[in-house]
Design a protein around this ligand. Structure first.
Ligand code: GZL
Length: 330
């Protein structure tokens, strides 16, 4: 009799497990790669929040910086019959066909970070990410205002723009903001504009080549902190003082940038938060509970961090990097 009871209990447990699995929601994330501290933090945030959610199964693909790998992953997600797809696009173009395949399968799509240029032609439940144009504007505006505090507001200064991955939403938007903002600072002359592909190594290599080929660089606008940190190494190797001989403004607000600011080797970083985990979970919970989606691209409130917190370039005003460095989790 005892054996029969044990067998029935085992069967009931197995059934309850199957029933639980049958109710599980599968969430699939197509991530770009691991090119920067920002990307790592973004992957960790989404993975932690979605992966730890009760009743959800999380699957994730690292495309290793290749769009074709992302498109392959998206088609695999369709084949697997996942319930929700989360996507950030390594570059703006080339997505319409595969995203329409997702729409045809009526799999809800959540767009985060870098957007596809076909947003007006596809269906998606929600979209949120950095306001890249504003981030680019703030970078140059901060540098322009800082020069004024140094009494160099009228001095002609040479500006180099180190761009992110060519054709990515972050690079396109930040470059648009960089160039638009420069019009308000006629003393800032653009002497170089090239991609460092959002990586430290490529930022260092590009800065090394610029220092050999360009007479004078007074300001470096690096479209992410990783490239700025790579450039700092090149500047020091060339016997110059980063943060003084060359004013350096990054973007992302990763902890390593805060340390460089505290150390006096970097002057400011414009925040672009990677911590999308809570927002993605909220999106999916809304979706599952029948809340209608929205095609409006949402931007988080973001700050500007420097040494003194004295320069306000709009949005969330400047905050002293040294005061909040210990709070940084990425
Ligand atoms: C911005 C994100 C960018 C970061 C880089 O939202 O797409 O990609 O600024 C990252 O650090 O590589």
């Amino acid at each position: 009799m005892k054996k029969l009871v044990a067998l029935v209990l085992a069967l009931l447990m197995a059934l309850s497990c199957c029933v639980a699995l049958a109710d599980d929601v599968t969430v699939a994330f197509s991530q770009i790669g691991q090119e920067s501290d920002w990307r790592t933090a973004n992957t960790d945030s989404i993975g932690k929040w979605v992966g730890e959610h009760e009743g959800w199964i999380y699957t994730y693909d690292d495309a290793q910086q290749k769009q074709e790998n992302q498109i392959k992953a998206l088609r695999n997600f369709i084949t697997q019959g996942v319930d929700v797809i989360v996507l950030t696009c390594i570059v703006d173009s080339g997505w319409e066909e595969v995203l329409k395949e997702i729409n045809d399968e009526e799999i809800p799509l959540i767009l985060v970070d870098r957007m596809p240029d076909c947003m007006d032609k596809i269906e998606y439940y929600a979209a949120f990410g950095g306001d890249f144009v504003e981030e680019g504007r703030r970078q140059v505006a901060w540098a322009g205002e800082y020069l004024k505090t140094l009494g160099r507001g009228e001095e002609e200064v040479s500006v180099a723009i180190m761009e992110g991955t060519t054709g990515s939403g972050a690079q396109v938007g930040r470059t648009e903001g960089n160039l638009a903002a420069m019009e308000a600072y006629p003393n800032m002359k653009l002497v170089a504009q090239q991609s460092g592909n959002f990586t430290r190594a490529e930022g260092q290599a590009l800065m090394e080549s610029w220092l050999k080929s360009i007479d004078k660089i007074d300001v470096l606008i690096a479209q992410n902190d990783d490239m700025a940190l790579g450039a700092i190494e090149a500047i020091k190797a060339a016997g110059l003082v980063p943060g003084k001989d060359i004013i350096i403004v990054g973007c992302d607000s990763v902890k390593a940038a805060f340390q460089a600011i505290v150390d006096g080797e970097m002057n400011a970083t414009i925040e672009c938060t990677p911590l999308y985990g809570p927002a993605v979970v909220q999106c999916i919970e809304n979706l599952l509970s029948g809340v209608p989606g929205s095609k409006e691209l949402q931007h988080p409130d973001e700050g500007v961090y420097d040494m003194d917190g004295g320069i306000d370039v709009g949005g969330v005003v400047s905050i002293k990097a040294g005061d909040v460095i210990d709070e940084r989790v990425y």
